[in-house]
Structure formats: structure tokens, C-alpha cells
Design a binder for this molecule. Structure first.
Ligand code: SF4
Length: 123
């Protein structure tokens, strides 16, 4: 693998019932401590205008990212412009994961599985 991925958890304002089964702080802490990612952090609402501005600045680093949030098809639609403006593509530089309605362990296992696949060159 050329470089490690970053991980962003988008919590949909923190009030979305889809994330009520997990402890999102524990989840993101486990990812940053236990998995070979470059970093992991929480953003409140990536698909809002300030989220766009954030992604525009943040993606200048050209690092590939895994985003834990809503449906992958929705994420790709919502983030396409921001990735494109940064010279990246949601098809090759984003791994979009749906982590709604999961417990902390279930969501962690899903991310761990993807990171393992990346390490093995399967992604
Ligand atoms: S990207 Fe998805 S999870 Fe994040 S705020 Fe928008 S709708 Fe919610």
C-alpha cells in the first residue's frame, strides 16, 4: 500500500437515530488506536456547505479516505464535487461505508475488514 488511508466519521449532526446504537467516540478512538490508518476523527455534517469547504481544504493533501456515514451511493453523490475540485475521484479515492444501525463493535469490525482488504491489496 502506497500510503495509509484517513478515516472520517460523519455523524449526521450527532442526533441521527441511525447512529444511536454506537458509542461514536469509542468507535473512532478504536479505529485510530487499533487500525493502521493515518488518523481518524469525527465531523458533524460533511454534506453541508461548511462540510464542502472543509473537504475542499482537507483533500488538498490528496490522501485517500474512508468515510463512515450514510449509504455509499448517497455519499458518492454528496461528495463528488468536493473530491473532483481537489483533483480526486469518489470512485477511486473514497471508500464509503454505511455504518448506520450498527453497534460500536459491528461498525468497528466493518472498518477493520475494509482496512485489512486494503492492506492485502484487494481495494
Ligand atoms: S453525509 Fe450522510 S451521514 Fe453525513 S450528514 Fe450527510 S446525510 Fe448525514
Amino acid at each position: 500500500m502506497e500510503s495509509k488511508y484517513g478515516f472520517i466519521m460523519c455523524v449526521c449532526t450527532g442526533k441521527c437515530p441511525g447512529f444511536s446504537k454506537m458509542d461514536m467516540w469509542d468507535f473512532v478512538n478504536r479505529i485510530r488506536v487499533e487500525l493502521p490508518v493515518e488518523y481518524a476523527f469525527i465531523h458533524p455534517q460533511l454534506c453541508e456547505e461548511d462540510g464542502d469547504r472543509f473537504l475542499h481544504d482537507f483533500l488538498q493533501a490528496k490522501r485517500k479516505v474512508i468515510i463512515g456515514a450514510c449509504a455509499p451511493s448517497m455519499q458518492k453523490k454528496l461528495f463528488r464535487d468536493a473530491f473532483s475540485k481537489a483533483g480526486l475521484s469518489v470512485d477511486t479515492d473514497l471508500i464509503a461505508l454505511d455504518v448506520r444501525d450498527m453497534t460500536t463493535n459491528e461498525a468497528f469490525d466493518k472498518v477493520a475488514h475494509v482496512v485489512e482488504s486494503i492492506d492485502k491489496g484487494e481495494k
